[in-house]
Design a protein around this ligand. Sequence first.
Ligand SMILES: [Zn+2]
Length: 345
Amino acid sequence: VMTPGLVDCHTHLVFGGARADEFEARLEGASYEEIARRGGGILSTVLATREASEQTLFNAALPRLKALVEEGVTTVEIKSGYGLDVANELKMLRVARRLGEELPVHVLTTLLGAHALPPEYENDSDGYIELVCNEMIPAAAAEGLADAVDVFCEKIAFSVAQCERVFKAAQAHGLPIKAHAEQLSNLGGAAMAARHCALSADHIEYLDDAGIAAMREAGSVAVILPGAFHTLRETQQPPIAGLREAGVPMAVATDANPGSSPIFMPTLMLNLACTLFRMTPQEALAGMTANGAAALGLKGQGQLHEGAVADLCVWDIETPAELAYAVQPGRLRQRVYQGELTHGR
Ligand SMILES: [Zn+2]
């Protein structure tokens, strides 16, 4: 079976430190509070990322990206969001750009300064949003380091109004926008993002009908992230049937990150999208090809047709559905990136 090269449109695969000890501690009975007190959680990733040199971050991220590439990914999005100050956010984006130069894969970078509140801005989230809008976005734009700007719109992160300020700053610099929205509650972030013509709203477990309508109107892509749902043992399902009925394009991505989705296996996501969310294998595959491309502003890519970029995978399977059906690495026979054979013979 030949498919377009896979498009992983949502990852956080550049990060410092490790969180397996925290995973283990939690399973041994430690509470979230205890883990936070020991310096765990996203803050530990932020501190480790700040401490790490560009080379250290690059060396750590390379095998993660290789794992995606060796499973057929030809286009990947990589977000910043663990630096949370100007220098360290730019450092992350530079590492992401370098990864794309090292491996045969198209890397798109996304500035996610508004991911979490850094400790030095505790009790001043508006002050931090000002830093993102007035310094981080202009610096990333000036250096050509960001292809898009993302936010985390959630009670534990930033409000709809704060995210809207970030979007306006991004658009003033000509950068497209996307949002982590409606993951843990329904704040209306996806609808607000759609009003600003966002490329995508991602997670969206709590998206309501108004949000679906706004996304359809704007042509925003719904990015479905079953890895985080699985890892966090969530129970609120994204409204797949509603999105399907409205004709909102659905993408599927790994959300590869050290906290909520330490999963670097794209075809497993096809399986989880089907088993957890009842997407069809065809929808899941479109989600990691054409619709994944659309979520990155690459409309018309991630498809097999004349004029499209020749990013292709040949798989040792009999029908496309097998890719989502079996969790089985090693089925990629050939991979073609921009017309060149990079895997197989
Ligand atoms: Zn994410």
